[in-house]
Write a protein that binds this ligand. Structure first.
Ligand code: UD1
Length: 446
């Protein structure tokens, strides 16, 4: 099949959303021990993919435990441009989001929306599998180094897609994808999700070896299965997808898995303040390796049937940590771990194995008095008893939250700006911390 001309893509109404640049700041003072309960919201890295999966079948979907975060609104705008409507103004009401797919889809993901979140790439697989053609701008997202999508594209090509790059867009076509044996050289989260969602409608069986195993991928598999997809090996590194006939999937209701990264953020907040928190909804089995290492730092973590309780020691012990794909320690936890080590007793070495550029926030932590040296993939963190408040900027979602946590253990006042980064992935971080005793507030733009 020859590559499509731009005319084969109907143009959708121009959607030029206002960029949510918030000039609000978060002001944090040194905190005593945090005590109480925090309800852990649904996972950003799951819900965005669940939303994209609604492309696959017509009908009304109800997603529950949806976090009220900016990225959900951006994904809703992107899906709106494709032809899927969400509840009024894409607002999340009581953690619930309704999406309606009426089948008249425009398989174009425009730059203005795609450049704002990495997860926009997740519309590629479902659109190609359902509509047979896609034009998608190359994605953006957090600014932590180059993030190619070669594995997404070669996997789709192995399934029969024709792919070209035109003027910054990926243009993919396939009359009907066919099953294929795909072995990833690295267990990419996004590539696993795109191949999965493309494979559910493919002719024949697709085997994904060295698939990513993150809990968010199992969550997506569960939703796809409840829509009628035939997937074996959920939660393992070998996913087997038997394609179903186009048109045979249906809409569903689904509860989003709790956010292990937000949960870890509250563990870190308890840890640096010497506190004691119950994290309702947190799933210890999704954070096993991290919690084991937190135990090595002196935290006592008690899993409960509906969450977990964290008891922090007076001072954390330093440890060495390396990031790895799941079930290893996620790279998204790293700014939190570095912050905890910054006030630990001893020296910790942190090794980043996924994104070499992901130490940019260290400069901000050093402004708060942390003693951290970075060299390539490594950071050497010499613990100090406390930090010293200062104005800092949130460089990305997780690092922004880590700076908030650092502020809890910094003398004086820490003012975090560029909080729109934090808003992308945290559902009321400030309110949740304040409710358990943190002296923290969000100040609106002046
Ligand atoms: C997802 C998460 C992100 C998390 C990451 C790793 C979302 C929206 N984002 O990102 O928060 O940090 O998993 O846990 O869920 N790579 C390639 N070629 C590819 C695909 C990936 O070289 O085709 C590289 C990336 O550049 C990166 C590494 O593989 O160095 C990990 O990427 P991947 O697992 O795909 O992460 P994302 O899905 O982008």
């Amino acid at each position: 099949m020859s590559p499509p001309s731009s005319e084969s893509f109907a143009t959708q109404p121009a959607v030029v959303p206002e960029r949510r640049t918030s000039d609000a700041v978060v002001v944090v003072h040194r905190s005593g021990p945090l005590r109480g309960e925090v309800v852990v919201p649904g996972a950003k890295n799951s819900v965005l993919k669940l939303m994209a999966a609604t492309i696959l079948a017509d009908g009304e979907y109800r997603l529950r435990n949806v976090p009220d975060i900016a990225d959900v609104r951006i994904m809703a705008e992107l899906l709106g441009a494709i032809g899927i409507t969400t509840t009024a103004a894409a607002d999340v009401h009581d953690g619930e989001l309704t999406l309606v797919n009426r089948g008249d889809l425009v398989p174009v993901a425009p730059y203005e929306l795609v450049e704002r979140i990495r997860a926009s790439i997740n519309v590629l697989g479902p659109l190609l599998g359902r509509v047979g053609r896609v034009r998608l701008s190359l994605p953006g997202g957090d600014d932590f180094g180059s993030r190619p999508i070669d594995m997404h594209l070669s996997g789709l090509e192995a399934m029969g897609a024709e792919i070209t790059l035109e003027h910054g867009d990926v243009v993919a076509t396939a009359e009907r994808l066919h099953g294929a044996d795909i072995t990833f050289e690295f267990p990419s989260v996004g590539a696993t999700e795109n191949i999965l969602t493309a494979a559910v409608h493919a002719k024949g069986t697709t085997v994904i070896d060295n698939a990513a195993r993150e809990p968010e991928i199992s969550d997506l598999c569960r939703m796809l299965i409840s829509m009628g997809a035939d997937i074996e090996g959920v939660g393992t590194s070998r996913l087997v997808v038997h394609g179903v006939e186009p048109g045979s999937l249906h809409a569903t209701d689904h509860v989003t898995v709790p956010d292990r990264i937000q949960a870890a953020t509250y563990v870190a907040a308890a840890a640096v303040t010497g506190g004691e928190l119950f994290l309702r909804g947190a799933r210890a089995e999704h954070m096993e390796m991290l919690l084991r290492r937190f135990g090595d730092m002196g935290l006592q973590i008690v899993p409960q049937h509906d969450g977990l309780t964290v008891f922090a020691p007076e001072r954390l012990r330093s440890i060495d940590v390396a990031t790895l794909p799941y079930p290893g320690i996620a790279t998204d936890y790293k700014p939190l771990v570095v912050t905890m080590l910054a006030v630990g007793d001893g020296v910790g070495i942190v090794t980043e194995n996924l994104y070499p550029g992901r130490f940019r926030y260290v400069e901000e932590l050093c402004r708060l008095g942390a003693d951290i040296r970075t060299d390539g993939h490594h950071a050497v963190v010499r613990g100090r008893p406390s930090l010293s408040g200062a104005p800092v900027r949130a460089p990305d979602i997780r690092a922004g939250a880590a700076l908030v946590v650092a502020g809890l253990v910094a003398d004086g006042t820490t003012t975090i700006s560029e909080v729109h980064h934090i808003d992308r992935g945290y559902d009321d971080l400030v309110g949740r911390l304040a409710a358990v005793g943190a002296p923290i507030e969000r100040r609106p733009p002046r």
